[in-house]
Design a protein around this ligand. Structure first.
Ligand code: SF4
Length: 144
């Protein structure tokens, strides 16, 4: 969840004339662990000026990345034919840009693979042009 506010402020730099800076504040919920700490990120001219609310380093790292280069690991399922189960769980091998998430999910909707499926098998290469493969995260044996 994210809230956002933006203000224009004048700030004085030592020995410099008055300059206008765009100040922005974003409120995030850290997803690093179940604690879900509320984080506040202050941005000045698009740069991270301060992060408050985190209780560990992971929160700071998450907040910084979330406002500058947000990414996600996608988990989903795809259909399996001829196996002991009809579906197999899959995930992106690494995180992908947040703006590509919906394209990734759509790309997986039509995928159907044949058993046997092994953990780590590539289900879809280069999903949504990200350069990241989607892999199986479960074993599915051939059905009888
Ligand atoms: S800041 Fe640290 S303790 Fe808080 S939710 Fe994130 S990972 Fe968990």
């Amino acid at each position: 969840m994210e809230k956002q506010s933006q203000t224009e402020q004048s700030i004085f730099m030592p020995g410099e004339r008055k300059v206008a800076a765009s100040r922005e504040e974003r409120i995030l919920t850290c997803i690093g662990c179940p604690m879900g700490c509320a984080l506040t990120v202050e941005l000045a001219d698009g740069q991270v000026a301060a992060i408050t609310g985190s209780t560990c380093r992971r929160g700071d790292d998450y907040a910084r990345k979330e406002v500058t280069n947000p990414t996600r690991i996608i988990t989903s399922t795809v259909r399996v034919t001829g196996g002991t189960a009809d579906m197999v769980s899959v995930k992106t091998r690494t995180d992908i840009p947040k703006e590509k998430v919906s394209r990734c999910v759509k790309a997986l909707q039509g995928i159907e693979i044949a058993a046997p499926v092994h953990m780590g098998d590539v289900v879809l290469e280069n999903v949504a042009g990200t350069g990241v493969d989607v892999i199986a995260t479960k074993e599915i044996a051939v059905g009888s």
